[in-house]
Design a protein around this ligand. Structure first.
Ligand SMILES: Nc1ncnc2c1ncn2[C@@H]1O[C@H](COP(=O)(O)OP(=O)(O)O)[C@@H](O)[C@H]1O
Ligand SMILES: [Mg+2]
Length: 264
């Protein structure tokens, strides 16, 4: 697959939640594409629909959610997702080594192949002493190490597309930077495409060539990262960039916006 191949093509995706009382759309007519080898960011405030979009791509929507419109075409064989808090995705009762190897085994690898691939990927993600670490249960590792294990596990099937849903939010800054450099390595060593969901524009600038801005279930702006960040056109993007939380103001709330473009 070369870089002009459209790996993922989402057209007019609409997702609804329904309960007895009401139905509401959380993703509305969303269009998003990723080319082979491309790193793309999806940015938006909490509750804007980023996770639901990624779960739609993975076919992992919760039971009360339904895709009610649009199409998602994936031209690759495998895709993987990494979540914010690896503790929720790792099984607390199974040793790390087995969990990393698991998806390889499910995809037809022999035990030996799975073990050697798991060791290779663990090293790639910075888990050095694999013999010891593979023998640990998740709670015996630090948050950063668990996230590395999750990434190694996600890479076992050699996915063409990796979705990382706020992969570093739960980690301290120095661990965040180390995890991000793993993604950079991926770009250099494999031809994996990445959909990175994040709040952090510094990270977007470092890693992603294109960016989508999501607001209340809709993509309100998209384009090459440098263009969008230097010359944001949509009021929400401007507000988002103006409120970039610097180290001191990490918990700053985004300003509430009012305007015609809010279709509520
Ligand atoms: N399991 C669920 N049941 C009902 N509503 C949900 C569920 N998961 C998410 N939502 C709603 O869907 C919207 C989008 O959520 P989400 O995709 O998780 O946002 P984000 O990842 O951008 O923070 C939110 O309004 C959220 O409240
Ligand atoms: Mg989310």
């Amino acid at each position: 697959m070369n870089s002009s191949t459209r790996l993922l093509n989402i057209q007019n995706l609409t997702v609804e939640f329904s309960s007895k009382e009401r139905q509401f759309q959380v993703v509305k007519n969303l269009n998003l594409k990723i080319y082979s080898g491309e790193f793309v960011a999806l940015v938006g405030e909490s509750g804007s629909g980023k996770t639901i979009t990624s779960l739609s791509i993975m076919n992992l929507l919760p039971e009360n959610a339904k895709k009610t419109g649009g199409t998602i075409d994936f031209a690759g064989k495998n895709k993987s997702i990494i979540f914010q808090e690896p503790m929720t995705s790792l099984n607390p009762l199974i040793k790390i080594g087995r969990q990393i190897q698991e998806s390889g085994l499910c995809h037809g690898m022999t035990k030996q192949q799975a073990l050697s691939q798991a060791e290779k990927l663990a090293k790639l993600t910075g888990l050095e002493n694999t013999r010891r670490i593979f023998n640990c249960y998740p709670h015996e590792l630090s948050g950063g190490m668990r996230q590395r294990a999750m990434i190694a596990s996600a890479l076992m099937t050699n996915p063409e597309l990796l979705i990382a849903d706020e992969p570093t939010t739960a980690l301290d800054v120095s661990t965040q930077n180390k995890i991000l450099s793993i993604f950079q390595n991926l770009k250099n060593e494999f031809n994996t495409s990445l959909l990175l969901i994040t709040h952090d524009f510094t990270v977007v600038k470092k890693l992603c060539t294109r960016i989508y801005i999501m607001y209340k279930g809709e993509i309100v702006e998209e384009g090459p990262t440098t263009e969008v960040l230097q010359n944001p056109r949509h009021p929400y993007t401007k507000a988002l960039i103006n409120s970039i939380p610097d180290a001191k103001k990490r918990n700053t709330k985004l300003p509430v916006l009012f305007g015609d473009w809010q279709n509520e």
